[in-house]
Structure formats: structure tokens, C-alpha cells
Design a protein around this ligand. Sequence first.
Ligand code: 5GP
Ligand code: MN
Length: 347
Amino acid sequence: MQVLKDLLVSSPKKIVITTHQKPDADALGSSLALYNYLKKYHHHITVVTPTDYPQFLFWMPGNNCVINYEENDYNRNYADKAIEAADIIFCLDFSSWERLKKVSNSVKNAKATRVLIDHHLDPTVEADHKMWYPLAAATCELIFDFICQMGDKHLIDIEIGECIYSGIMTDTGSFRFPSTSKKIHLIIADLIEIGVDNSKIHRMIYDNNSQEKLRFLGFVLNQKLHVIDNMNTAYIAISKEELAMFNSQTGDTEGLVNYALSIEGVIFAVIIIEREDAIKMSFRSSGDFKANEFASLHFEGGGHKNAAGGKSNTSYKETLEKFLNILPSYQQMLNAEYQSQPNLIPC
Ligand code: 5GP
Ligand code: MN
């Protein structure tokens, strides 16, 4: 930390901050919190995202400076040059290179000092400095710690605070996941004390739905949600045509899988989405059922025990068939996990 601190405070540096594809509020929030903080040292900073991200994050302070790598050639060239020339590259909220998509080559080949700040399991990203805590609730929590460890807690202003608040709020499921520790509440208390408007941020992120997004949600819950009772599993599969029917935008499918998990008796929830380039899958589980193991064994993915993702390069139909064929081999495990959980409905 001291080496990094000396590097950051000695003189203005060329810095790149990057995060995972389709950034969520924690990925973008940690990137922009760090951006707003490092600006105070007059560094030259470029924030690069591998892809676009949902519009409900555009309000975040610093959003205007973000370069979306895949948007056009100008952005790609600009980002590649910044990465090549950088003294320091911060890699935030991801643990494997594939999550950087096409940005990964330039970052891997850059001569810059690399700093990884992340809370995902099994990091395979090599870095000169690592602030890696899989028990952290959010990368934004680690950015708060990072600023404190730099001795700069007093520099956390409303802009930085809003970004940090957003990432912690969303990655803790609005402060309800087990990761919501006392420390998290103390950080949030500090942020509210400096003037961060928690209620405003909640509205900006959760109450900015388009009509089409809500009608899409209605369609999915009504027609696409399937429950397999004897396997304590629920799944949703959405085709390209269905996405197009509702003019679905980046972010519109986020959180759908959680509805499936919220059904009484469901231990394992899966969503399969036919995207342009591949089939994207999200896995959610409760208790000890390891969604990340399922994802990595069968669908080239990984993640956390209760929240994981993966993909498939076969067709949409074949992917769904593969999933349904694999599932029965987990039946015993799923049933046992259900039996071991407290029964909320008295018999
Ligand atoms: P989501 O389902 O929200 O896209 O992702 C949930 C978690 O699963 C993420 O925080 C990330 O750790 C992990 N994840 C999602 N997609 C992938 C993937 O393709 N590969 C790996 N290794 N992890 C993923
Ligand atoms: Mn995160």
C-alpha cells in the first residue's frame, strides 16, 4: 500500500480505470468513485468500460468521461492509446480477463503498474498490487477502504459518496444479503453524514424504469417463468425475438432471475438469455447449493456461491435442453438443501 501511495501522491500520473463488461452499479460506481477521488490529485484519468451499460446509471458523477470501448473506432483507439501510455491501470470488480472482453489484450500487454481491487472468487488476473477480499460486500466497499488507507477519508465528498453508496446498495440487494455487515452500515452512516441522499439514489436506480421494461417484466413473469417443484428449481428462458418484441435495452433483464429465486420452495434459479453474440446465463441459489460450481462445470462460468453466471455457444434451444438434462443429477442435493432450510410455512 505504501508503494502505491507514494506512486499516487508524488506527481500526477496517467491512469486508466477499467471494469467488467456490462458494468452494474458496483462496477461503474467503484470506477467513478475512484475517478472522482484520484482527480483531486490532478492525475490524468481515463475510465474505460468494455461495453455499454444501463441508462439508469448515467446520472452518476463522472459518467460523462466514460469511454465505452465497443461503441466506435474512435473510442477504441482513444482507449488503446490511454492504456498503452498509462503509468497505472486499476482493474475493478472483476477477477478473470474474459470479463474485460476486447479490452483485455491491451490491458494485459500494457507496461503500467496494475492494481486489482475486487471481491470475486478465484482471481486469475495478475496484478502488481492486489486489494482482493472475497468477503467484501462490494468493490465499492473496498474503494472506501482504499481511500481511508490512503489517509484521505476526509476527501470523500458527495460525488464520491454517491458512487460508493450505489455499488454497496445494489451488491447487497438493498442491504439484505448476509454480506451486509455492521461495517457496511457504518460506511453508509458516514456517507449519509456527509450529505449523500440515500433515498434519491434508490429512486434513481430502481424507479427509472421504462414502460416497456415493466411490460417485459409482466410478460416474463406471466409466460416465461417455469417452476420444477420436485427439483426446487425455477427457470426463465428468453429468446432474441422476445427481447426484440419489447425493445429490450441493456439492463432490462437485470434482476429477473431473482424473481424466480423468490418463489417459496425454490433453491436454484436460472435465466437463459439469447443475446446477439452468445447465450448468457445467470444462476442464483440459496443456502449451500453452489451456483458457481454448476456454472463452471457446465456453462463456462463461475462467480459466487449464490450468484454466478455463464454462457453457452450452442443454440438457445440446445442450451435449454442441456440445462434441463443436467438438472436431475442435482435433484437430491437440491431437495436436501430445501429440507435443511427453515420452513416458513407451518405444516
Ligand atoms: P450476473 O448473473 O449478475 O451476470 O453475474 C453474477 C456473478 O456471476 C457476477 O458477479 C460474476 O462474479 C459472475 N459471472 C457472471 N458471468 C460470468 C462469466 O461468464 N464467467 C465467470 N467466471 N463469472 C461470471
Ligand atoms: Mn461487485
